[in-house]
Design a protein around this ligand. Structure first.
Ligand code: KIV
Length: 286
């Protein structure tokens, strides 16, 4: 694929693909339940979106950008403005995948009306197709309120990182029968309220099985086994940009190692004057 940027005057998007792909829709994602597993990765920047888009059904502008991009201690400090800025970049960098934006902590929990205002802001600012919010049955009225007003909502149950202060950490959830039942009931409540998909994070496999069989919408797992209708990972985790990751992450590359090696070569060549050469130097016109 060419990485030359040409401006697409119709959409004002930097367009690295020879022929833009047709973008998937939320109803098409819903129809994928039980069929070929859905592929979702996080993306926060235009260039990453461009590279991941052809291979993904969904791109998630996750509030994990708080830690991955901004070095924050958790997702709790992430703001609507941060999500809007990165969401716009990911929409501009993609043609194929459905772009879903996380609603940050504090932007939706107080009331369905508050959630609508925040979600509408995100969709207007970015052009994304849908939002994701964390929480179970308590959020079902909000999911219904948004869905009935034209905002597709993806739910997120199990390990919900925005609740880290209440949960006390990022360990797997649902190890007791009571907690397992609650997580399954949470997902069913979101499905009944109209969620078009539900992320299941960090749960023991039987919970993922019970949810996937118990809901009409697709389930997308992260640390929730192969039994879900799709999978999601944080792109930087699966690319190997971090030394420490959760057990459920599989590394498909060693980007950290490759970036360090490239930086080391660059530094050596600058210090030894091996870079730049004549190839990288402008000569006066003859
Ligand atoms: O914020 C995020 O990246 C997420 C995924 C891990 C599901 O919510």
């Amino acid at each position: 694929m060419s990485t030359t940027y040409t401006m697409d005057a119709g959409t004002s998007r930097a367009n690295p693909t020879p022929s833009p792909l047709k973008r998937l829709t939320v109803p098409a994602i819903r129809r994928q339940k039980g069929a070929t597993p859905l592929v979702m990765l996080t993306a926060y920047t235009v260039r990453t979106a461009q590279l991941l888009d052809p291979y993904c059904d969904l791109l998630l502008v996750g509030d994990s950008l708080g830690q991955v991009i901004y070095g924050l201690p958790s997702t709790v400090p992430v703001t609507l403005e941060m999500m809007a800025a990165h969401g716009g970049a990911v929409v501009r960098g993609s043609y194929h995948a459905v772009v879903v934006i996380d609603m940050p902590f504090g932007s939706y929990e107080a009331s369905p009306e508050k959630a609508f205002e925040s979600a509408a802001f995100l969709l207007k600012q970015t052009g994304a197709a849908a939002v994701k919010l964390e929480g179970g049955a308590a959020m079902a009225p909000t999911v219904r309120f948004l869905s009935e007003r034209g905002i597709p909502v993806m739910g997120h149950v199990g390990l919900t990182p925005q609740a880290v202060n209440a949960l006390g950490g990022y360990g797997a959830r649902g190890r007791t029968a009571g907690e397992a039942e609650k997580i399954v009931a949470d997902a069913i409540a979101l499905d009944k309220a109209g969620a078009f998909a539900v992320v299941i994070e960090g749960v023991v496999e039987p919970i993922a099985v019970a949810i996937t069989h118990g809901v009409s919408c697709p389930t997308i797992g992260i640390g929730a086994s192969a039994q879900c209708d799709g999978q999601v990972l944080v792109a930087e985790d699966m690319l190997g940009l971090f030394e420490r990751t959760a057990r459920f992450v599989k590394r498909y590359d060693d980007l950290a190692g490759r970036i360090s090696a490239a930086a080391e070569s660059y530094a050596d060549e600058v210090r030894s004057r091996a870079f730049p050469t004549a190839d990288q130097t402008y000569a006066p016109k003859e």
